[in-house]
Design a protein around this ligand. Structure first.
Ligand code: SF4
Length: 449
């Protein structure tokens, strides 16, 4: 069990030297107990105390990785129940279900189709990462072959699904170095599955009939030395899936229940056959703590909204999303094309660039780093003012891309025009529209001076 703040305090040096970043050992002990500090921050803890404190300072939900390379999914490691308390760190993986009786050509086609569901957003490549391969043939050789086929057919990490250790063994031996999730250890097979996962150093799914069963099972597997576990409470109804998911998170964070301190896996594909309904359930489970969500199929209309939801929930609410400062070309501009400038708040960028794109007027869009503030807020904060914008324009390299000296500034930044013209002598500064929706009309009428 985790130690309380007072128990931790008793193991600290009690010199109150403050080197850990807080003034007293007691404050540090309290931070350690609530997962807000790392034990390494105190250089004076004895080795003996360190061993005792290791458990207390471990994250309440173990972080672990499933898969390999670009599609490796890091899950767990969360420290709060609600995103606004701090942030959520590790977004859940999205998986599509395939079975090992599927024709290899169909596996290849599906993987290729799934590979196409990749989207650029705020400078990130959003995509689903996982294939859950379920053994329905009961044949280890076929299962292994299908697993290899998935790996050859696309860039995906794998969840291997079979409760038969004899079927799982050859597959793990063949592709264990790709760090697949071995799913699942149950009360009937946990020793053999535990040995397999331990030998291959792969994460292990743990499935029981309810949360009590899950706790008993993770305790046994932990006693075997297994650390990277992923929990499945076995619930296959919408209501019970949510209830269990929330109960597991609360038990891990609030009661510091170590037997439930692991990420979870959820199976909307086993709750309903309807893909739209699975998507709705997955959306709820992404918001409520699932570490991996398995659907029966991927389609653009399924994947895109789930990826966006995941992105939105798993971004730090205290830090605005930004795009990289620079000069962006839209619609294939040349040296005579208009030049616009705005802030690097990602929403501003996407709205403005979208409107320019819709206008079909080839243009240059300059994005200035305002620490993620929108134009008006950045201006009020002194980050989007005449001299700063002028300096940025001079250093941006735009003069090498265009042969004119005309610049369009956002309507909301009209107040900077005087200072900007002083900073950029010879430039012709025009005030653009306040609303991005008016950009297409503005650009169609605009003439570069
Ligand atoms: Fe106490 Fe260690 Fe922090 Fe110093 S660094 S105040 S000894 S916990």
């Amino acid at each position: 069990m985790a130690l309380t703040g007072i128990q931790i305090f008793k193991l600290l040096p009690k010199t109150n030297c403050g080197e850990c970043g807080v003034p007293t050992c007691l404050a540090f002990a309290m931070n350690l107990a609530s997962g807000k500090a790392e034990l390494d921050a105190c250089p004076y803890v004895s080795e003996e105390s360190k061993a005792l404190l290791a458990e207390a300072s471990a994250p309440p939900i173990r972080p672990l990785t499933v898969g390999y390379g670009d599609t490796a999914v890091k899950i767990g490691g969360e420290t709060v129940l609600f995103r606004h308390e701090k942030t959520f760190y590790n977004p859940p993986g999205l998986a599509a279900l395939l079975t090992d009786d599927t024709d290899p050509k169909v596996i290849e086609q599906k993987c290729q189709r799934y590979m196409a569901y990749q989207y650029e957003r705020v400078g990130l490549n959003l995509r689903p990462e996982l294939i859950a391969l379920k053994c329905v043939t009961g044949d280890g050789a076929k299962f292994t072959q299908a697993a290899k086929q998935v790996l050859q057919s696309g860039d995906f990490s794998l969840i291997l699904m079979s409760e038969d250790p004899a079927v799982m063994k050859p597959a793990v031996e063949a592709i264990g170095n790709y760090n697949p999730l071995i799913y699942a250890a149950t009360p009937d097979n946990f020793e053999a599955m535990g040995d397999l996962a331990k030998e291959a150093a792969c994460p292990l799914g743990v499935k029981a009939g309810d949360i009590d069963g899950l706790m008993a099972l993770t305790q046994k597997l932990s006693d075997m030395g297994l650390k990277d576990l992923i929990l499945d409470s076995g619930s296959r109804t919408v209501k019970q899936s949510f209830v269990d998911s929330v109960a597991i998170r609360r038990a891990a964070l609030m009661a510091q229940n170590r037997t439930l301190g692991f990420p979870t896996i959820a199976f909307p594909c086993e709750i309903t056959d309807n893909l739209a309904m699975q998507t709705a359930i997955a959306a709820g489970l992404i918001a409520k703590y699932a570490g991996i969500v398995v659907l029966s199929d991927f389609e653009g209309s399924v994947v895109f909204p789930l990826l966006l939801e995941r992105l939105n929930i798993y971004t730090d609410p205290q830090r605005p999303m930004t795009v990289t400062q620079g000069v962006y070309d839209i619609n294939g501009p040349d040296e005579n094309s208009p030049v616009l400038i705005t802030s690097n708040f990602s929403l501003t960028y996407f709205i403005v660039s979208g409107e320019i794109e819709a206008s079909r007027i080839p243009s240059w869009l300059m994005i200035m780093d305002t620490e993620g503030l929108s134009v008006l807020t950045a201006w009020a904060a002194g980050k989007f003012v005449g001299d700063a914008v002028g300096m940025f324009v001079k250093k941006s390299g735009i003069s090498e891309k265009v042969k004119h000296q005309s610049l369009i500034i956002p309507g909301y930044a009209a107040a900077i025009m005087g200072d900007l013209e002083e900073e950029l002598p010879g430039w012709n500064v025009t005030i653009g529209p306040r609303e991005a929706a008016h950009i297409p009309k503005f650009l169609k009428e605009y003439k570069v001076a």
